[in-house]
Design a protein around this ligand. Sequence first.
Ligand SMILES: *Cc1c(COP(=O)(O)O)cnc(C)c1O
Length: 398
Amino acid sequence: MDDTPPQGMRTRAVHAGEAPDPATGASAPNIVMSTTYVVDEPVAFSALDQDEAAPFVYTRWGNPTVRQLERKLAALEGAEACLAYASGMAASAALLLGTLSAGDRLVVSDTNYPGTAELVRHTLPRFGIEVAPVDTSDLEAVASAVPGARLVWIETPANPILRLADIAAIAALSHRAGAELAVDSTFATPVATRPIELGADYVVHSLTKYVGGHGDAVGGAVLGRAAPLAALATEATIHYGGVLSPFNAWLIMRGAATLPLRMAAHSAGAQQVAEFLEAHRAVTAVVYPGLASHPQHDLARRQMDCFSGMLTFAVADGPGVADRMRKQLEVFHYAVSLGHHRSLIWFMPTDELMTSTYALAGRQLESYRRFAGEGIFRVSIGLEDPADLVADLATVLR
Ligand SMILES: *Cc1c(COP(=O)(O)O)cnc(C)c1O
């Protein structure tokens, strides 16, 4: 047993997983773009015969730059292992298709990243997988849905409405029912929440967002225990083939080094903007886990070490204000995505999302509307001076 206490988050973000190049002493990680590797010992030609200690053979099976990023992410999440993918969706698809089989039941948050929501609703049933979308902020609803489930999939805070799910409670419920728990922790990042410490079996990230942090590289990751991830590496990485480019791994690794510092700034900025919006007379609602008015603020305080940089707000005339934003905003970019150093804003009308993606009714639709009303602006607070962000928003709110 190694009982050295783990290094702090900032030290791990900078150093974990990276090693100076043994040939040149280069301090920064090399980008190894080679697709193949010269070997000097016999190596099996099938990926099924490889293991973690084997030399690199072919970049889809493993790459030195990608491997360094995977080790850094595992150290940040406190996970035994990590697999990087070409995008957050490639990571999610790898985990879902790599663990579920025909006849299995998936319990999934009824509101989450639209790509995931559409994949589980439109694709998985074609393979004979039963999908049960539930409001995962409601523990009774989760408890009645988990019997017979193979996997439970939650996202917290959930895109786009910033509703939370209680990871520790859902891990306990899932395990009691013989199911495993996967958490899409993209909005939280390991700086705010470490789902594995709370009992989750798998963590998924879109590295495109906070971990990369600069809006210039798409990537994803799955983290968890070594044995299931070794199985997933063969089936879902090597055979489905959605591997991360070494160049993107290098960019994302560079971003990850400053993740703790950036999350502190994203959080502080979001708190300031949220408080400005809450006091503005043209704003009808603000949702931010760091506000005492968030319906799950107590859970946020228990489960999150910082409240991240995502907030939503509503106004009386959403489409009209969105129109002014596209023409008049000078600091914010009116654009999708999130977690970048640039602040981003996007309007999300509730009816449109119900038709395209979530198809909620009854109590589930009511819960969505409690957070989002007729529509919300989803705001990703970047690293600019919060006073400039406030001034920019003030020009379009009246
Ligand atoms: C963006 C996002 C994804 C998908 O990631 P890509 O890198 O765009 O494929 C999945 N989950 C969440 C919560 C996201 O924000």
